[in-house]
Design a protein. Sequence first.
Length: 121
Amino acid sequence: FGTGSLAIGLGLIPFSTSLPYLLVAMVFLGIGFSVMSPSLNSLISLQVGAEDQGGIMGVNRSANTLARVLGPAWAGFLFATLGRDWPYFSGALLMGLVVLLAARGLKSFLTKGGAPKAGQD
């Protein structure tokens, strides 16, 4: 839900020709970030044992920080070469890909009857 909302919000920004339309896109972005971040942290913490949670959460935060460094560079490149709308289209496409991968993972998860809890085999 969160990632889909992000994809919609990012996809709407290039078409926002006035403040009300931009605000609608921002609502989708706000909901997406608010839902995705805690869900992702919870998913990560439930998939590893208690002794590994700190390290894995550190890796997660490091990846998040790396994305905050590389993302603007990528967006700047797209802006300069393809135009002002392309950083948003790129983000929407990336989030759409994540939605498809998550749906595929969910289907596999449900057909296998769920994953074992951390520490169980």
